[in-house]
Design a protein around this ligand. Sequence first.
Ligand SMILES: CC(=O)[C@@H](O)[C@H](O)COP(=O)(O)O
Ligand SMILES: NCC(=O)COP(=O)(O)O
Length: 256
Amino acid sequence: MTKRIRLGVNIDHVATIRNARGGTHPDPVRAAQLAAHAGADGITTHLREDRRHISDDDLVNLEKGITLPLNLEMAATEEMLEIALQHRPHAVCLVPEKREEQTTEGGLDAAGQIDSLKPIVAKLLAAGIRVSLFIEPDETQIRAAKALNVPVIELHTGHYANSVNEELAAELIRIEQAAKLAKSLNIEVHAGHGLTYENVIPIAALEEIAELNIGHFLIGEAIFIGLEASIKRMRYLMDAARAEDKVDFLVKHIAL
Ligand SMILES: CC(=O)[C@@H](O)[C@H](O)COP(=O)(O)O
Ligand SMILES: NCC(=O)COP(=O)(O)O
């Protein structure tokens, strides 16, 4: 089997359900603990400026409640920088945000914001926080990430996830080429947004990609089959994508 690809489980939308009634159930920390038990390699959470799902208290409780590395997604603002420096998560992923958006609509324009991003990235790196940029699979953005000296990028797979037929094929090629370029520049490559059981295998099969961050679909699927089962099935598909002998992999899993 070729190198295992890591799975970061994003637990934002456990908080979405909780916030629907303003109480404390379901608890994102309990979801993160179950995700760890189900084989997640990390937990991702997005502290949005409008706190529509994850709250500042969630961040405090996640730090206390989990041992897995925490990847904090945040906008590149002074407010979020201060929070990140205060909490010092394992990693920060800088993502674009618009209050009016229903979900993240695209990648961070790193190339267009190099001057404003530089001090934020430098302060996070100086604090020992691994920094990634959530960007489009685009050469200009990847070279901007290199210029900003970030060790990791996360390729936005949202357009891929929302495409069909020829457009889907074109997006997959775009992601593959971007991953190869980033790897050639010694940047670690992650990917995420909109990934599901149906579309994950071609992305997971790209050997330049070290980690996938997946959330909304897993939390939704958990409503029907439970969170551990939801995650374990995604883990199985990611491993199948990487298996050198897929027949042998499938036979072994069928036998289990
Ligand atoms: C950056 C990304 O693709 C997601 O991790 C992000 O969290 C999406 O924002 P919502 O979870 O609020 O839709
Ligand atoms: N960065 C992507 C992520 O954390 C989860 O995105 P999604 O699976 O909720 O669309």
